[in-house]
Structure formats: structure tokens, C-alpha cells
Design a protein around this ligand. Structure first.
Ligand SMILES: N[C@@H](CCC(=O)N[C@@H](CS)C(=O)NCC(=O)O)C(=O)O
Length: 363
């Protein structure tokens, strides 16, 4: 991995980072507050108490060109995901619906965070010791890592950001290619088509790109990241602002979906996959833990039926593991839910029939 692909702020010794690079800290000690990068999403809080997500660090691109540094090849790359994580599950969804899961392997981490290293207190994604440990989670078959942190430390000994999923790993160069879901899904959409079982499915078609980018912008800001802004706000004002924006955007989606099957027309695009991963977690988790409770998704007829429609696309349901989702969100954020008690409901049946067939699909 070329270190030039990392943002400078992740590679600099902490004390030399600029003030802006240092704002994602929450330590109560003012001296620590000024020198620590966020090691976890819940620490990414600005001085006004608003949640501010740190950008991902690894941005190399796999290409269909065999001469590129990361050429698209069968069996060379591996995707590490958590079933809990909406960003990682976007990528997993692409593996399934593009028919790439025989070409690119994947491994699911344990649902709940654990200690990532002896000798310090960091808590994050860990692998189980055996397949029997937790249904759905597997030990790392590639480098035998105990934690996702170990993958990052193998890829770059001087990396100092979050140890997040997804991680797209190159088995040949033993490094992280990319850890940003919005970029990984673009590679999976276009660069492996010579190997994919479903090469004609184009979720980023040229004639819709402007519309997709526009919709991704407000959906990311107000909904995908918006629920985190509600949940991780440390003050009332930024929480209320995030809730306001979230529900304006959900109302806008509901309106769009009253006229067409998907967000950018009567054709499935990446915008729908990106939105789906948030909607499927909404009533079960975000409404409760992140206080997004003005209205539930199942109270929006179009959004609810749309969520079921996407869930029922062949392959998609295998990317949703509600046990992992609930165990993680309710069990890995002790500052939000100190006792880690998992709410029993609502157990929505996303396989039940929907009314979206009323819109004819376009090509
Ligand atoms: N921008 C990244 C975000 C990834 C991300 O934040 N993942 C979370 C899980 S939902 C994570 O792994 N967090 C680790 C931590 O906070 O320590 C993407 O879209 O891939």
C-alpha cells in the first residue's frame, strides 16, 4: 500500500496534527483532547457536540486493466465485514447481487466489539476463535488476525485512525486496498464484470449518474449519516437539527417513491442499496437507540414497501442478520446503553408481500 493513499492526518504523529485534524476527540482531559484522533465513531464529536465522521483512509482502486497495481482477479481480494455495519453491508450486497461471491471471499467479524490487543484498552471489531463461537461470524482465514485492528496494523504500521469495516484486502500484497464503502461498491459494480455472474447489472449507469450523485448527497448527509448525527450528538441542539433534516429527507423519499419504484426512476441503482442499509436498521435500532422516533419506517407506506422490495431481491436477505445488528448496536455502545439490554421487538417480516410491483421496471 502506498502511504500516499492515506490522508496525511492519519499518518502524522498525533502532536503534529493541525487543530482541525484533532477535533474528533472526547477525552475529558483537555491535554488529551488536543492530541488524540478518534479511535471510534462515538468519539467523533466537534466542539459544539455534533457528530462529525472522519474520512476513510485507504483509497486505492481495483481496475479491470490487468496492468494496474490492483488488477481485478479471481481469488485475490477479500472483503471483511460486520453484519451490523450498514457501510460494510452495502459492499456485501454488491458481492451477492453482482454474483461476485465466488470471486471475492468475505469474512464476518463477531457482532459485539471486544478488546483488540493485550496491553491497551481499545475496543473494536474482533474475529471469533472458532466457527462455533457465534453463528455467522468466522475466524480470519487470510492472515489469522484476531481483530480488524491487526489488518490495519499489517497494512500500515503508522496508521492512526479508526479500525473500521468494510476492509477490502489484497491477499497478494497483504494490504488494504480500500476501506470506504462508497468507493468499494463502484469497483464491484464495474471492474469485475469479466468475472461476475451478473455482469449486466449496472447500478451506476452513465445516463443516471448526475441524478445518482445528487440523491446520494442528501441521502448520505441526512439519512445514512443523519441517523448517526442523531444518535451520537452530545448536545440537544445538534440532535434536534439532525432529526429535523432526517425527517425532511425521509418525507422526500416517501414522496419520490409514491411515483416510481426506486429513488432514481423505475430502475434499481446504487442509491437504493445505499438507502436500504439504513432503512432496514431503522425501526429495529435507530428509532430506539439513536432517538429517531418521530415516525417509524413502517408508518411510511412507500418507504416500508420499498424496503421489503429491496430485501426480496435475490441475495439481499442474506446480507441482513438482525441478531448481529441488534447485538452490536445495543451491546457495543455502553455510553448509550450501559446495560446492553436488547429490545425484543419489533421483528418485522420483510419477506411479507409488498405493493411495489405496481410500477413497471424500466431498462
Ligand atoms: N465511511 C466509511 C464508514 C465505515 C464505518 O464507520 N464503519 C463503522 C461500523 S458501522 C466502524 O467500523 N467503526 C469502527 C469504530 O468506530 O471503531 C464507509 O462508508 O466505509
Amino acid at each position: 500500500m502506498s502511504l500516499s493513499a492515506l490522508p496525511r492526518s492519519c499518518l502524522l504523529p498525533p502532536a503534529t496534527r493541525s487543530r482541525k485534524q484533532r477535533c474528533f476527540a472526547f477525552s475529558p482531559s483537555p491535554s488529551k483532547l488536543s492530541i488524540r484522533m478518534a479511535r471510534s465513531s462515538i468519539q467523533e464529536v466537534s466542539e459544539s457536540g455534533a457528530f462529525v465522521r472522519t474520512p476513510s483512509a485507504f483509497h486505492s482502486f481495483i481496475s479491470g486493466d490487468p496492468d494496474s497495481p490492483f488488477p481485478a482477479e479471481s481469488g485475490r481480494y477479500h472483503l471483511y465485514v460486520s453484519f451490523a455495519c450498514p457501510w460494510a453491508c452495502r459492499c456485501l450486497a454488491y458481492l451477492k447481487i453482482k454474483g461476485l461471491d465466488k470471486i471475492i471471499g468475505h469474512t464476518v467479524v463477531k457482532s459485539k466489539w471486544g478488546r483488540t490487543k493485550d496491553g491497551d484498552t481499545h475496543i473494536g471489531w474482533v474475529f471469533p476463535a472458532s466457527n462455533a463461537d457465534e453463528p455467522g461470524a468466522e475466524p480470519d482465514p487470510i492472515i489469522g488476525a484476531g481483530s480488524v485492528r491487526e489488518l490495519y496494523e499489517t497494512a500500515s504500521p503508522i496508521y492512526s485512525g479508526k479500525y473500521s469495516v468494510p476492509v477490502l484486502w489484497d491477499k497478494e500484497l497483504k494490504t488494504i486496498v480500500n476501506n470506504e464503502s462508497s468507493e468499494i461498491i463502484r469497483m464491484l459494480n464495474s471492474e469485475f464484470n469479466g468475472l461476475a455472474e451478473n455482469p449486466n447489472l449496472d447500478l451506476y449507469p452513465p445516463h443516471l449518474r448526475t441524478q445518482i450523485e445528487e440523491a446520494n448527497g442528501w441521502i448520505y448527509d441526512c439519512i445514512n449519516n443523519g441517523v448517526y448525527k442523531c444518535g451520537f450528538a452530545k448536545q440537544q441542539a445538534p440532535y434536534e437539527e439532525a432529526v429535523e433534516n432526517l425527517y425532511k429527507a425521509l418525507d422526500k423519499c416517501e414522496q419520490i417513491l409514491s411515483n416510481q419504484r426506486f429513488i432514481c426512476g423505475n430502475i434499481l441503482t446504487e442509491t437504493d442499496i445505499r438507502l436500504f442499509v439504513t432503512l432496514i436498521r431503522f425501526d429495529e435500532v435507530y428509532a430506539v437507540l439513536f432517538k429517531c422516533n418521530r415516525k417509524l419506517i413502517r408508518e411510511y407506506p412507500n418507504l416500508f414497501n420499498y424496503t421489503k422490495d429491496i430485501f426480496q431481491i435475490p441475495g439481499m436477505s442474506s446480507t441482513v442478520n438482525m441478531d448481529h445488528i441488534k447485538l452490536n448496536y445495543y451491546g457495543s455502545h455502553p455510553s448509550m446503553d450501559p446495560l446492553g439490554i436488547i429490545p425484543i421487538g419489533p421483528n418485522i417480516d420483510y419477506f411479507s408481500s409488498h405493493d411495489r410491483g405496481r410500477f413497471a421496471l424500466s431498462k
